[in-house]
Design a protein around this ligand. Structure first.
Ligand code: FE
Length: 253
């Protein structure tokens, strides 16, 4: 596991923990925000990365406790190791309210269960060490209960599965058109519909964004690249727009 500083103002730090050795499991990024004497880990990942991510996070934190965890949605690459994170950090964990009764099935001990808090459908703001973070509604992209995190201090939008790319060997998008091949198939199949994409695009255009950092693959840096990605989402036909005819009983064997 390696780490990369995405933003550092001295008091406020955004760090990407990246795991390259993933075997059959999908590559995943873990993001960390440290402000003052508190910190948050976003989409901390499943069992395969837990030990490595925890030790790399501790190295970067140099004594600052992990005070918050954020789970954008219910998928195993995000919440499978929730119990380990809750037990070792004693952090308060936020997850979409619609998923808080399902996540305990990943095996959350009863004495840490009250550390898990629901994010209401409309989103919310939290304070990490004196710096505000916004949990933005991003439902149906792809999960029906899903949130992104906007950090006004660094102007980074953490977009979870939206913007995810698979199979390339760089961590920053430098050529948007050449990058499309690594994310188009995933978005067409995993995202629900252009209705959701358009509503999301409209919401995020109201924010001052310098970087969009997904949970898988490369990030988009700079206003021009950020806008290209938002424009692409705005017009993308995906999910039910193009797969609506799959509702057919399969043929016999
Ligand atoms: Fe997912």
């Amino acid at each position: 596991m390696s780490s990369k500083i995405l933003f550092d103002s001295g008091q406020h730090k955004n760090i990407l923990l990246e795991d390259f050795g993933h075997g059959e499991a999908v590559q995943a990024n873990q993001h960390m925000i440290i402000h003052g004497d508190e910190s948050i880990i976003l989409d901390p990942g499943g069992h395969k990365v837990f030990a490595k991510a925890l030790s790399e996070a501790k190295k970067q934190l140099s004594g600052v406790p992990i005070t918050y965890l954020f789970f954008s949605h219910q998928d195993p690459d995000i919440v499978a190791a929730a119990n380990g994170w809750l037990m070792t950090t004693r952090a308060t964990a936020y997850a979409p309210e619609v998923w808080t009764r399902f996540i305990p099935h990943f095996g959350i001990d009863k004495f840490v269960i009250n550390q898990l808090k629901g994010i209401p459908d409309e989103g919310m703001r939290i304070n990490v060490g004196g710096s505000e973070l916004i949990f933005l509604p991003a439902h149906y992209l792809h999960s029906c209960g899903n949130f992104h995190v906007y950090d006004p201090a660094s102007k980074i939008l953490y977009s979870g599965d939206l913007g995810a790319s698979l199979g390339m060997d760089y961590y920053k998008v430098s050529d948007f058109d050449a990058h499309l091949q690594y994310m188009e198939g995933f978005h067409r199949r995993y995202m629900t519909s252009n209705l959701a994409m358009k509503a999301w695009a409209k919401m995020v255009r109201s924010l001052d964004i310098e970087m969009i950092a997904p949970q898988h693959g490369a990030y988009f840096e700079g206003k021009a690249m950020v806008n290209r990605f938002i424009d692409w989402c705005d017009q993308l036909q995906c999910g039910l727009d193009i797969n609506g005819d799959v509702y057919k009983v399969p043929d016999s064997v």
